[in-house]
Design a protein around this ligand. Structure first.
Ligand SMILES: NC(=O)c1ccc[n+]([C@@H]2O[C@H](COP(=O)([O-])OP(=O)(O)OC[C@H]3O[C@@H](n4cnc5c(N)ncnc54)[C@H](O)[C@@H]3O)[C@@H](O)[C@H]2O)c1
Length: 449
């Protein structure tokens, strides 16, 4: 099948590459000429495990094209995917300007029937808006052409995006049109060989399903962070509690890790957007407000622990902290809404320096913050420790799980760790003379130390 994808970011590029990988012909369109030039040169603009070889191979085989020419893109596919960003507006609602712009572009250039498929995460009712934009422009052009608008939200996880797309848990398709449904079934048939993963529903329910999934996952994290803070005050260890509740199959072990808050391009923005969606229909979203507030507070937790440990914010001035992990989660270079940013900015405000290492996100950190005296980005995790007062961990990269604690002690001024991801055994570290702060395990451990 011939498919065009507007937007060549995390979602658009993975979608394009994976559809080409199973044999479809794909044209990816982006307004960023630098991105398209790099892709045409075989350079992948994002870090995503497994993506590079399939982009290169399918590009070389002529099944995957990259262009900035929107007219060429519209002419190419019967299926036109919208996979552009939907960032938060000033009030937290989803900014739909890029989605509308693509809808208008498709309408201006189309000269045959099209199925327009919205893959971006968009508020309920956006499909109807897209339909209206296209209908208005076609009317202005004085042409009558068949088109349909389908919702097909994406559930891939950055860091595992290729695998998630190739082996999806479910494929949500929102349409009431039998032809569109049949086309979507054909498009996704190669991903459905093992069993049918497609769940077809009306367009509005499909749009809401995406927000519901992200809001549920964010709720699990905020719930655990709330309990972690409580555990700390009560002298309990949240990691024991996590194991205790995860063993209940109704709860499960997935996604109940306490930590220094969720970030990324999706959870914060989608929870906020769902709050706005609720307000727009006069519903007060009590639970979602709390999920958001708990997360905002949690992103300051590591800084609070530092202030507590050093006996006041002013004591942080002139100190140097080693920071392991900058990306909002492992296996990505994405720094959007990363907890590390909140921490670094608080440390800089307090007059401290940061010596940071991340396996993939240092280029992006440099792009965001530029050159500054209070930030050094270093090439290895061990180099980050040299001469630092203490170590702080923001991202649970595998490379941080089993470090050489003796070597670390030699590099650090004090054997102190502020662990935002609960990577280590506090009891063992306490026995070895470390001062260790985790999330939700502090008080009892500090007594042992
Ligand atoms: N990143 C994720 O993990 C993820 C997962 C599921 C869903 N989503 C949703 O998918 C959507 C895209 O997210 P992303 O992370 O891929 O965004 P992104 O910012 O990485 O990429 C968006 C791309 O769209 C391009 N673009 C903007 N306007 C355009 C236009 N008029 N024509 C062509 N290209 C245009 C931009 O240049 C950019 O390359 C969002 O709605 C997001 O919420 C993201």
């Amino acid at each position: 099948m011939k498919v065009t994808i507007f937007g060549t970011g995390y979602v658009g590029l993975v979608t394009g590459a994976c559809l080409a990988e199973v044999g479809h012909e794909v044209t990816c369109v982006d307004v960023d000429p630098r991105k398209i030039a790099r892709l045409n040169d075989g350079v992948i603009p994002i870090y995503e495990p497994g993506l590079e070889p399939i982009v290169r191979e399918n590009h070389a085989q002529g099944r995957l094209h990259f262009t900035t020419d929107a007219a060429e893109g519209v002419a190419f596919g019967e299926l036109q995917f919208i996979a552009v960003g939907t960032p938060p507006d000033e009030d937290g609602s989803a900014d739909l300007q890029y989605v509308r712009a693509v809808a208008a572009t498709i309408a201006e250039h189309m000269d045959g029937p099209k199925i327009i498929i919205d893959k971006s995460t968009v508020p309920v009712g956006t499909g109807d808006q897209v339909r209206q934009v296209v209908a208005d422009i076609l009317a202005k052009r004085g042409v009558e052409l068949d088109f349909d608008v389908v919702s097909n939200p994406e559930f891939l996880k950055e860091g595992a995006a290729v695998n998630d797309f190739m082996k999806p848990d479910r494929i949500i398709v929102g349409t009431s049109d039998p032809h569109s449904e049949a086309v979507m079934r054909e498009l996704y048939a190669p991903f459905n060989r093992n069993h049918d993963r497609m769940v077809v529903m009306d367009l509005r329910s499909a749009e809401l399903t995406k927000y519901a999934a992200n809001a549920m996952l964010a709720t699990k994290i905020s719930f655990m962070n709330e309990l972690a803070n409580l555990a700390e005050r009560l002298g309990a260890d949240i990691e024991n509690v996590r194991l205790g509740i995860g063993s209940d199959p109704r709860i499960g072990y997935h996604f109940i890790y306490p930590g220094c808050g969720y970030g990324g391009s999706c959870f914060p923005k989608d929870v906020q957007a769902l709050v706005r969606i609720a307000h727009a229909v006069d519903h007060e979203p009590l639970l979602l407000d709390a999920v958001e507030a708990v997360n905002r507070r949690q992103k300051s937790r590591l800084f609070e622990l530092l202030v507590e440990h050093y006996g006041g914010r002013e004591q942080l001035a002139g100190k140097t902290f080693a920071l392991w992990g900058l990306a909002f989660k492992p296996n990505t270079d994405d720094m959007r809404e990363a907890s590390s940013r909140v921490l670094m900015e608080s440390l800089w405000d307090a007059g401290a320096r940061v010596q940071a290492f991340d396996p993939e996100a240092m280029e992006e950190t440099q792009r965001l913050y530029g050159q500054r005296d209070d930030l050094s980005l270093v090439g290895t995790r061990d180099a980050a420790l040299k001469g630092a007062d203490a170590l702080i961990i923001c991202t649970e990269w595998k490379a941080f799980r089993a470090p050489d604690f003796d070597l670390m002690r030699e590099s650090l001024a004090e054997p102190t760790i502020f662990d935002g991801r609960n990577l280590y055994d506090p009891y063992r570290l306490a026995e070895e003379g470390w001062t260790y702060y985790g999330i939700g395990r502090g008080k009892s451990v500090r007594r042992i130390a």
